[in-house]
Design a protein around this ligand. Structure first.
Ligand SMILES: Nc1nc2c(ncn2[C@@H]2O[C@H](COP(=O)(O)OP(=O)(O)OP(=O)(O)O)[C@@H](O)[C@H]2O)c(=O)[nH]1
Ligand SMILES: [Mg+2]
Length: 449
């Protein structure tokens, strides 16, 4: 029998409520002894006093008991929601440990759900993905994996391979039944079908990788162009100092933002210019370094002044031309038009940061440049790097099997290659003999999950 584990499932610190999770056979005893509920109805919420082992009431709590095979881990479970004071949480956790539970490792609840057959590994990973996802799209994709979309397509490929293996095995066992060219053609088309699905899964992994990134968007430009004004406008409050003195921003200022369903880190920087001020010049050096590390560069210009051509040299440090956009700020003033000096391929958006005009177009552009709104929104599942690695093995085996089948090579060799393909595919949902990999995977989960 496995040990009973306990953990705080909500963030540590002061909060309205805190939820403590317990999984294992002692859950039932805790419900009886600590909460004075000897016969709890499963999946029913109770208001109860939590009494410690030495009969002291620690808190009034809401609790819910789950019976075996009908809980997240498939074990007996208990969830206790107490008031979110860390002292109360600590007292309850210590009391449960004193009664025989032990503190859970990160991801141990999900690991038990997996080991007890409640979910497969793709679904376990989807839970971690859902918690750490950086955009609504990434959450939706994780949700689809949790619903079993990816697992079922993998199982479809697996069934296809097993069908081929069964056919080939029959020919090996009964060599007197000649395979015949029409049978070979059917087998080849079955293998190709599986191979094409595998290939499309690998392709979707490449498309979704953008959703995993911590996207960095940097505002650069000459002093006084209005970078900080635009930064504050996007952030929604005055985070960065604005003034008409050029060189106001010295060090960079950054803020994490969520635009509808996309999380980005927005950075305001020191104005780019030759300067004798040592502090300001350090800020300029930092900006160049930040440009190199950013996913998108927004060059803010004062559209009422001549275009500062020295910007082009700095923009050349950005990773890809399509990832920079010129923002013609101060559209409320008379325009000094010279777009022919803009770098090639730059997108152009016109705004007045001061009057908050054109900001919606800029947000739309930020989302577009960062890969949202296009093909990756149509993905039906999330293929992560671990899945991709196995799928690439499967793909290689299937391509190999197809070419050997076309050459009518030895069926036994083809069978052994298809067996390896099945094995690599199986590793995605339920790897065998891979304790180390599982430990590594679940260690990245949060405590209480
Ligand atoms: N008319 C007008 N003025 C603006 C606009 N945006 C910013 N300004 C003004 O331009 C001046 C400089 O603005 P900041 O946001 O501090 O400019 P910055 O690019 O951050 O400047 P540094 O930090 O010195 O590099 C301030 O006086 C702003 O009020 C705009 O859209 N229209
Ligand atoms: Mg500034």
């Amino acid at each position: 029998m496995s040990e009973t584990i306990v953990a705080l499932a909500t963030p540590a610190g002061d909060s309205a409520l805190a939820t403590i999770r317990i999984s294992g056979s002692l859950s039932e005893c805790f419900t009886r002894d600590a909460l004075s509920l000897p016969y709890p109805s499963p999946r029913h919420s109770y208001l109860a006093n939590y009494k410690s082992n030495d009969a002291e009431v620690i808190d009034q709590v809401i609790c819910c008991y789950y019976e075996q095979n009908k809980s997240f881990t498939n074990e007996k479970m208990l969830e206790i929601s107490c008031h979110g004071n860390p002292i109360i949480v600590q007292k309850i956790l210590s009391d449960l440990v004193c009664r025989g539970a032990r503190l859970a490792e990160p991801g141990e609840f999900t690991k038990r759900a997996y080991l007890n057959g409640k979910i497969d590994l793709v679904q376990a990973e989807a839970i971690a993905e859902m918690i750490s996802a950086k955009s609504l799209h990434a959450i939706k994709l994780a949700r689809k994996n949790l619903d079993g979309n990816l697992s079922s397509i993998i199982s479809r490929v697996q069934t296809g391979i097993l069908k081929v293996r069964a056919k080939l095995e029959a020919f090996v066992d009964f060599p007197e039944d000649d395979i015949g060219s029409e049978n070979y053609a059917e087998i080849i088309s079955l293998v190709s079908e599986s191979q094409l699905i595998t290939e499309s899964l690998i392709d979707s992994s490449n498309r979704r990788s953008i959703l995993d990134k911590n996207l960095r968007v940097i505002l650069v430009g000459a002093p006084n162009a209005g970078k900080s004004t635009l930064f504050n406008c996007l952030v929604g409050f005055d985070r960065s100092i604005v003034s008409d003195i050029p060189g106001t921003t010295r060090d960079y200022v950054s803020k994490s933002l969520i635009f509808d369903d996309l999380e980005i880190e927005l950075i305001d920087t020191a104005g780019l210019r030759e300067t004798s001020d040592q502090l300001e010049s350090l800020g300029v050096d930092n900006t160049v370094e930040l440009i190199e590390q950013s996913d998108m560069v927004i060059a803010v210009i004062d559209s009422s002044s001549p275009y500062p051509s020295e910007l082009n040299g700095l923009l050349s440090h950005s990773i890809a031309p399509e990832s920079f956009v010129i923002v013609e700020n101060k559209s409320d003033l008379k325009k000094h038009n010279n777009p022919e000096k803009y770098p090639n391929n730059a997108g152009v958006i016109t705004v007045s940061a001061k009057n908050k005009v054109g900001i919606r177009d800029l947000v739309k552009k930020i989302k577009e440049v960062n890969g949202f709104g296009k093909e990756n929104t149509a993905l039906e599942f999330s293929v992560n790097l671990r899945h991709k690695k196995s799928l690439e093995e499967v793909n290689a085996h299937l391509l190999n099997a197809t070419s050997l089948l076309k050459d009518q090579q030895d069926d036994l060799i083809i069978l052994s290659i298809l067996k390896q393909a099945s094995q690599s595919l199986g590793d995605i949902v339920k790897p065998t003999d891979n304790e180390e990999m599982l430990d590594h995977l679940f260690k990245n989960f949060c405590i209480g999950k």
